[in-house]
Ligand binder design. Sequence first.
Ligand SMILES: Cc1cc2nc3c(=O)[nH]c(=O)nc-3n(C[C@H](O)[C@H](O)[C@H](O)COP(=O)(O)OP(=O)(O)OC[C@H]3O[C@@H](n4cnc5c(N)ncnc54)[C@H](O)[C@@H]3O)c2cc1C
Length: 759
Amino acid sequence: MNSSKVIDVSCWRSDILGISFSNISSCHPVWPKRAMWLICMGLVLPLRKGLDYPTPQVRACVDLLSHDYFGSDSCFGAINRDNPDNKPNQGKIVQSVIPKNRAGVGLADTLSTDIAGLGLISRVRNALDNNEIAISLFIDMVPWYRRRGKHLTGQLYECEERASGAPCSETLKPSFAFLENPFLADLMESGGPVATDSAIVDLQLLELQKDEGLEQFLLVCAGFLSALEALGLPHSLSGVDRLVRAHGHALNEIFMLREGRFPRIPDLVVWPGCHDDVVKLVQLAHTHDVVLIPFGGGTSVSGAVSCPSNDPRTILSLDTSQMNRILWVDKENLVACCESGIVGQDLERQLQEQGLTTGHEPDSYEFSSLGGWVATRASGMKKNVYGNIEDLLVNVRMVTPTGVLQKQCRGPRVSCGPDFNHVVMGSEGTLGVITEVILKVRPLPSCKKYGSIVFPNFECGVLCLREIARQRCQPASIRLMDNEQFKFGQALRPVPSYLGLVLDGVKKFYITTIKKFDMDTMCVATLLLEGGYADIAACVCLSVCLVLITTNTFNNYPGDHKQVDTQENKIYEIVVKFGGIPAGEKNGERGYMLTFVIAYIRVGSMFTVIIERDLGLEHNIVAESFETSVPWDRTLSLCRNVKHCIAEQCKALGIQHFMTSCRVTQTYDVGSCVYFYFGFNWTGLSDPLGIYESLEARAREEILASGGSISHHHGVGKMRARWYQTQVSDTGVRLYQATKSSLDPKNIFASGNLLASKL
Ligand SMILES: Cc1cc2nc3c(=O)[nH]c(=O)nc-3n(C[C@H](O)[C@H](O)[C@H](O)COP(=O)(O)OP(=O)(O)OC[C@H]3O[C@@H](n4cnc5c(N)ncnc54)[C@H](O)[C@@H]3O)c2cc1C
């Protein structure tokens, strides 16, 4: 039997809604189904061609997946029975559950065991229903494919050809986004360039040729291209390759991708293979006055990788994905030198094979790259033990048009004027290309423990987190959700068994009736504690090293199991003083793992339309998150003020269904990082994106007025550039400009991040 539940989602935010991919399938009659099927086919074809898959298990999974599952229509057939007309549900989502005896569940089980090494599956397995895991698998494969992105496009085309039986030339399409792109559709109808994968190239030439002033651009471009050919660096003019690298994951970018309104995309993509390639490429671009935009994992949420729309020069996307090796590991000094294009999950997997870890875990780490982390000053969830990127980075190489910026000494600390590592960190691709990074590594912890705490209200929770920080006993991660998020999380829980229902009832009775917590104010914190060493023999020696290399910004370092227990006890002693109740390891683990899922529901532009945002938009929901850092004494008032401000704005705009929630995600000696989630139902309103942007801008003003910062870790990009000057002062702006003029006199790193104006 197929079971289903109906959830009222009229005021929910879309990225959490998107967690259930079965929802997407049921509500998106054409694209997800087609996209999923094509992805499968894209996976199968190279197998038949004998291309190299990362592991035999993946190969087996791919076969299983394509033949037994999506190759047949079983999954979508089942889901579609809930929604026979395939109509969007206007505020309701039908969440289907694949029956236990169907291929889906078996598949999910097999896959979650077999390809655990690839990342998500094993973790989500604990957090979500089986049917959701099965569908997430496809997304799990994406990063692996991305690094081989150049091959993928062709395979997709080929699989379309096979599917339709028509010759390739008739079925070739630049991308699915393009198929729905009215701009391109008009162009084709008007007898413009044919729909080949270079359609956008032609489109741009066509457009630019209209503009006399830009004719030179074509010449420069041609000269540059032939010089590039001579260098022998892999490159592409394909529309898909360029479109994929034209955006990050911000709401407006996803919206533009969906609506086909990018004002500009890169003109070409180049894949350098090493530091020396980058040196040559930067020199070439400097000579030909070509704009370079470094592209790592493309997970930016600040508009940082998007193209400046009014720059008349050729724009080149410098994709670092082929620079993805760990060059050396020095176990004696606990450092590793890595190329900047390596993505987090590969870095961790390879280090873990050697019993090591960086411990750097931004929510996006399975997609984002080391170079991206450095360029944006990223923050990981476990920063209390391992530090943020600035604590982890020992040395970095950045190629600029006027030379390579690099410190000569690898000592743990140098007193030698301003630290230029900090010029590189946060430079957001505006000063040069980061090619190699020396990072601190640590032995893997042998003890990992989750936990959760229920508080009667958000105020108690914040005060408790502050006290834990004051006493410097923060676990690797501690995050506090407000009441809205708590309730939201509850709504997303899998349907419990009968026993589970009974247990839930007992817990609820205890919390609400005995402890007298109000369901409409209570909130939850999740904890992750880490400690102990995998390599006990080396422990003593390593401890000494750790003490030496650990800098002042984080508070503790892994000890043994006892240390974790002691830390846990200390935390719970504080918790009780603030009215909190420990709520178990399982809830903590689930809460921690769920945040990874967000990264997977935003990866659609790999080679198809964005899936995640479709869901929200199809249901008239526009949603996004934004974050800040704030001193402790302003944390609560900032949260209150921003929520109030958004509510007032929504009221003024006639928005009835909206949701604002927040969570404290990082804690420091002097303050916290607060994340806001905001979404609204725009039924009856035009220009949802414009409304969202004005609301977020208003919220940011309120954040700044309430003592918060422009960003804790997402960076400035283009979306927050208007506040850069206020944040760093006029003198700060001049200092940045002087640095830029010195390193990049022709402004070829002209993405427009940090400062919108031309230098
Ligand atoms: C779901 C989700 C969760 C996220 N969670 C977190 C989080 O927990 N913590 C966090 O800090 N961020 C988070 N982010 C934001 C994003 O992942 C980070 O900003 C990340 O560091 C970007 O890395 P990237 O490789 O994807 O960079 P990209 O998006 O490719 O680029 C970002 C910027 O860095 C520049 N850049 C990239 N590589 C280089 C290089 N080699 N040299 C010079 N410049 C370069 C680009 O030009 C661009 O300006 C999240 C994003 C998403 C979508």
